[in-house]
Write a protein that binds this ligand. Structure first.
Ligand code: NAP
Length: 457
């Protein structure tokens, strides 16, 4: 192995994948070549398909990824599905090491009756739809209803509530799909209600995202001052060093004190309520909630304990936004409780806690779905440091066929139409050209056919 670069497959092309690739390619001893394997013809993961279209500043993270993609030794293999087009065994035969950075592909379930009624959606589906993910364009969200309920108090819930509240003028300059802009503009929504199971001091959303809700052109934010009366445990939590919580509570107090200015939509933020059932005859008609009281959890915070007080909130559509969940990959050890790949600092471990040679992970599939884009940099560097340490110590298994030619030959043999980086650049160029005249960053191609056709040139 000494006279050739180490060949590493990075599976997944979101932030964790790109940060891992950058760290790998910066190694001088050993030198490293990276093949980034991605199921879609497009890179960037949630930066392209998760970050809200009205947050273009967050999407600029992709500029850093473009620099990594231009480094010598980097290849993008899009439209290649790991576990299918290339199995785990193939990867270990073709590469010296594999780093899984596949994120968290599905949503956490609430486990309540009515969760699967038509009109009850995972927030992740809505997010993928308005962002132009090619697997989600056939979904039909019935927004012709008066009230939507968003369950959860994280930044994804805020994204969904805010996107629903946006006006056509606010959405027009974004890269949301035309279909989504049209549907949101034409919606009959008057009210969007966000439900937090704990109090304002425990909300998972961050102050800038919360504050932005007060700046919406077409919606007033409504907060009941009674919801902001803190119980003793929450007050103590605020007193402890919780700058984010304190800022959130301050912003919520400003919202509660403001007089609604009569904008067409209301965005209502509620706290200490948990959904117990989604009700409806054949489709969503209401959410039944229970009022919670907050009791100390013994770890410096509080947990929600249901009281007997119930309430039915009529609504026509529900978005469940209580967190993402990782999905097991065939042949890769999985901790189903945490919904992550079993690992220690990015080194994958088997059921017995023994390191699986040559196999690593980074990002949400390593630590769970938390943190912002930049959090993945430190996380990926930790994994890559472990990988390089193992390489230097001779702990990587021998790859029998470690060459780009062997990978390409196998993919040709299996009839896979690989989209390489220049193919993605053609897609990118076309999308940007479609957006430019309308003052939009891009108009996305959102079907597999369109994407593959564009990539072929
Ligand atoms: P999250 O931050 O973990 O929030 C999940 C929310 O769901 C919490 O409020 C949680 O409440 C609630 N929840 C969980 N189980 C529940 C249940 N059974 N019933 C009711 N509520 C329940 O997850 P996320 O919003 O999906 O975001 C994922 C990550 O992406 C986060 O780190 C987030 O900050 C990040 N993100 C960032 C941005 C941005 O920077 N603009 C945008 C989107 C996402 P408890 O606290 O009580 O558990």
């Amino acid at each position: 192995m000494a006279d050739r670069p180490l060949r590493v497959a990075v599976v997944g092309s979101g932030p964790a994948g790109f940060y891992a690739a950058a760290a790998l390619l910066s190694s001088e001893e050993p030198r490293v070549e990276v093949d980034m394997i991605e199921r879609l013809p497009t890179p960037w993961g949630l930066v392209r398909l998760g970050v809200a279209p009205d947050h273009p500043e967050l999407k600029t993270a992709s500029r850093v990824f473009e620099k990594t993609a231009a480094l010598q030794g980097f290849r993008f293999l899009g439209n290649v599905e790991a576990g299918c087009d290339l199995t785990s065994e193939d990867l270990l035969r073709l590469y010296d090491a594999v780093v899984f950075t596949v994120g968290a592909q599905t949503d956490k379930r609430l486990g309540i009756p009515g969760e699967d009624l038509p009109g009850s959606w995972a927030a992740t589906e809505f997010v993928a739809w308005y962002n132009g993910h090619p697997d989600y364009q056939e979904l039909e969200f019935d927004l012709g209803v008066e009230r939507a309920v968003v369950i959860g108090n994280g930044n994804v819930a805020v994204d969904v509530a805010r996107m629903l509240a946006r006006t056509r003028e606010e959405l027009a300059p974004t890269d949301a799909t035309d279909q989504a802009i049209e549907a949101i503009d034409r919606s009959g929504l008057h009210e969007i209600v966000m439900l937090g199971r704990r109090g304002p001091a425990q909300a998972a959303f961050t102050p800038p995202e919360l504050k932005e809700l007060g700046e919406l052109g077409g919606a007033d934010v409504v907060v009941d001052p009674a919801d902001l009366e803190l119980d003793a445990a929450s007050a103590a939590e605020l007193e402890a060093d919780r700058a984010r919580a304190r800022r959130n509570v301050d912003i919520l107090r400003e919202f509660a004190a403001a007089t609604p200015s009569g904008k067409p939509k209301r965005l209502v933020l509620r706290f200490c309520v948990s959904p117990v059932a989604i009700l409806g005859d054949g489709r969503v008609e209401a959410v039944e909630v229970v009022r919670n009281e907050l009791v100390p959890d013994g770890r410096g915070s509080v947990r929600a304990v249901p009281t007997g007080e119930r309430e039915v909130i009529p609504c026509g559509i529900v978005f469940r936004s209580v967190g993402y969940r990782g999905v097991e990959l065939p042949g890769v050890p999985f901790d189903s409780e945490r919904a992550t790949i079993r690992n220690n600092g990015g080194r994958v471990l088997d059921e017995q806690g023994v390191q699986v040679p040559g196999t690593y992970c980074a990002g949400w599939i390593k630590r769970g779905p938390s943190g912002v884009i930049g959090t993945n940099k430190k996380d990926a560097v930790e994994t890559v440091d472990a990988l390089l340490e193992d390489a230097r110590a001779g702990r990587l298994p021998e790859a029998h066929d470690a060459s780009a030619d062997a990978v390409d030959a196998l993919l040709v043999e299996r009839g896979v139409e690989v989209v390489m980086y220049p193919g993605w650049q053609l897609i990118d160029k076309l999308e940007c050209a479609r957006g430019g005249p309308h003052g939009r960053p891009r108009v996305k191609l959102s079907s597999w056919d369109e994407l593959l056709k564009a990539a072929r040139g």
